[in-house]
Design a protein around this ligand. Structure first.
Ligand SMILES: Cc1cc2nc3c(=O)[nH]c(=O)nc-3n(C[C@H](O)[C@H](O)[C@H](O)COP(=O)(O)OP(=O)(O)OC[C@H]3O[C@@H](n4cnc5c(N)ncnc54)[C@H](O)[C@@H]3O)c2cc1C
Length: 284
């Protein structure tokens, strides 16, 4: 019994260090309020929180040779992935990248807080992904997806939209939000191994009454109180794909799912209907 209790206490306190990567230009914005609410709620439960305020630090969004201090290996044909891998090994990445990598290495949970821009993150945050998640540090050919380097870390997208929820439904004019989220949650976060928590979506805060916005922030605060215990989204395990055959789904996986109604994920349909809420809810 004592062992059980000790394990439970350890589990409850397992995630303590939180990095919030935040991208909004204005401290009066709803995104700022969401970020501030998170800092407050997480600190109140004993977490240590660091914030990377990307506009405030004027984070450089473009991946260029200036990201390496000193000479690059091949200036005639500069290849960002290979050059930054070498620079990371030799401690020659620029100070801003090294600082973000330090915070990322430190964190148990990373929250990306941003307004949706053109169905994805703002350019400054895309720049963070491009420049911080470098080859060798964040992924390798062998260490990605289920074997990804950050498999001990949790991550969450928390964002606002201009669109109403119905516009991002399966029948909505923008298409299914699960599809919109797939490149970010699978292609970046799960690719690097992160355990991905369901996203926090603040639908159209500019177009709802003030009380509704306050309710959204209260809902966020309440969610964060239990965030450390939340289940994560499911992705198809890497061993379902055959590395000898171009990482295609193995025939036996096809067979196992022959009679199922839905595809495996928002990305792997098996010629079937997309599983409902695949990228929005854990445990579906
Ligand atoms: C380049 C670009 C591309 C875009 N692409 C898309 C897209 O693809 N899809 C899409 O859906 N949308 C898109 N949008 C819209 C964008 O996502 C929204 O404008 C944004 O998400 C709104 O969030 P905000 O924090 O900027 O809101 P704000 O306008 O800053 O805030 C909304 C309201 O909340 C109020 N507020 C601030 N703090 C609090 C508080 N503490 N309590 C209560 N209320 C508060 C503010 O006063 C304001 O009235 C795009 C916008 C741009 C500029």
């Amino acid at each position: 019994m004592l062992l059980f209790l000790l394990r439970r206490v350890k589990m409850l306190h397992a995630v303590k260090k939180v990095l919030i990567v935040y991208a909004h230009q204005s401290s009066g914005s709803f995104n700022a309020a969401a970020k501030d609410t998170a800092v407050e709620a997480l600190k109140a439960q004993g977490c240590t929180v660091e914030v990377s305020d990307l506009y405030a630090i004027k984070f450089k969004a473009t991946a260029t040779a200036e990201d390496i201090t000193g000479d690059v290996k091949n200036a005639d044909h500069f290849r960002y992935a290979e050059e930054t891998k070498l620079a990371w090994e030799e401690g020659k990445l620029s100070a801003d990248i090294a600082e973000e990598q330090r915070k990322l290495t430190w964190a148990d949970l990373v929250i990306f807080q941003f307004p949706m821009y053109w169905f994805t993150v703002p350019a400054i945050m895309k720049g963070w992904f491009d420049r911080v998640l470098t080859l060798g540090y964040a992924f390798t050919q062998e260490k990605r997806y289920s074997q990804g380097l950050f498999k001990g870390k949790k991550v969450m997208l928390s964002f606002t939209t201009g669109s109403q929820e119905s516009m991002f439904s399966a029948d909505g004019i923008n298409g299914d939000m699960n599809v919109t989220l797939w490149p970010l949650q699978n292609g970046i976060l799960h690719y690097c191994g992160f355990q991905v928590l369901a996203p926090q979506i603040f639908w159209a805060p500019s177009h709802v009454p003030s009380e509704a916005r306050s309710a959204m922030l209260e809902g966020w605060r309440t969610r964060l109180q239990g965030v450390m215990q939340e289940k994560t989204l499911s992705f198809t395990p890497s061993d379902c794909f055959d590395g000898e055959k171009g990482f295609q789904l193995k025939p036996e996986v096809h067979e196992q799912h022959a009679a199922t109604e839905y595809g495996l994920t928002a990305g792997i349909h098996l010629g079937k209907v997309l599983p409902p809420n695949d990228q929005m809810k854990a445990g579906v």
